[in-house]
Design a protein around this ligand. Structure first.
Ligand SMILES: C[S@@+](CC[C@H](N)C(=O)[O-])C[C@H]1O[C@@H](n2cnc3c(N)ncnc32)[C@H](O)[C@@H]1O
Length: 268
């Protein structure tokens, strides 16, 4: 684990910022409380043995066949997804990368990175610093680490942790990206609080999430998505109201149609 991360990573056990890689490279240890976390298949696991309730949608995020096809034209890049979201993955990615304004941003957090579909393009664009890909799903992270390895990208670190309690010191990142995931978190408000805490002043936050459509039809769709799949829905206004108390401004709605909305905001 790179030494420059020692002061940024918080130990999930004692909450101090003193995690460092061991000489063997197979564990990350806390200098304060002695807790040890394994580094397996290129992933630092900060949630060893922690059990979670899984929604139906999260079950799929841990299911190997889905993980394998996630980035392909059978899932995130499928024409069905483009039809439902009213935006193709490539269009979404272009809008997000532009809004993130990665030049000179320092370290970046790709929150709920999945197999790294955004982590890698962001790592390629970053002029300095590194991208931390964080997810709760070990199968997704293992795939993400293998994908990054294949592309020989050295400025990425993958961490298994919970978005609800980010294992980073305050103001650690110049940019946080959270795409396709806000609707899966048990408490999106808590996650936005955590994002605000780890984002440096003037840092950018880019988001794509399931959109709550207008009128009765939108309400009915949101109700069933939530009850059956555990997927919550948002309007750009919902997101703005979650972010405003944390001094976010410069809100930009980049897409707001079909099943998806894409937004960006800046802190301070
Ligand atoms: C649909 S994928 C999104 C992947 C990628 N960011 C994208 O834009 O396609 C959602 C990801 O959120 C992760 N996730 C769900 N709940 C989480 C949590 N509480 N903490 C961290 N990751 C979580 C899932 O494991 C999954 O990999």
């Amino acid at each position: 684990m790179p030494e420059s991360l020692n002061s940024m990573l918080r130990c999930p056990n004692c909450k101090n910022s003193h995690l460092e890689g061991s000489a063997s490279g197979q564990t990350s240890n806390c200098k304060d409380c002695g807790a040890s976390f394994s580094i397996q298949d290129g992933v630092v696991d900060l949630l060893p043995g922690v059990k979670f309730d899984r929604s139906v949608s999260q079950f799929f995020m841990e299911f190997s066949p889905v993980v394998r096809i996630y980035e392909s034209k059978w899932w995130r890049r499928s024409s069905v997804a483009t039809f439902l979201l009213k935006i193709s993955f490539d269009q979404e990615c272009e809008a997000i990368l532009k809004a993130a304004g990665l030049k000179g941003k320092g370290d970046l957090l790709d929150l709920a990175c999945g197999p790294g579909i955004y982590t890698r393009p962001m790592a390629r664009k970053l002029s300095r610093g590194r991208v931390i890909g964080l997810d709760i799903s070990f199968p997704m992270l293992r795939q993400a680490a293998a994908n990054a390895e294949k592309e020989n990208l050295k400025n990425i670190l993958f961490i298994r942790a919970n978005a609800m309690e980010l294992p980073f010191a305050d103001s650690s990142f110049g940019c946080v990206n959270c795409t396709g995931a806000l609707h899966l978190f048990p408490d999106a408000r808590q996650v936005t609080r955590e994002v605000a805490r780890v984002l440096a002043p003037k840092g950018t936050f880019t988001i794509s999430a399931v959109r709550r459509g207008p009128g009765k039809a939108g309400q009915v769709r949101a109700f069933f998505l939530d009850r059956i799949m555990g997927i919550r829905s948002f309007t750009p206004g919902d997101l703005e109201s979650m972010l405003l108390p944390h001094e976010f401004s410069r809100f930009q709605v980049l897409h707001d149609q079909g099943l998806f909305m894409v937004m960006s905001a800046a802190r301070g």
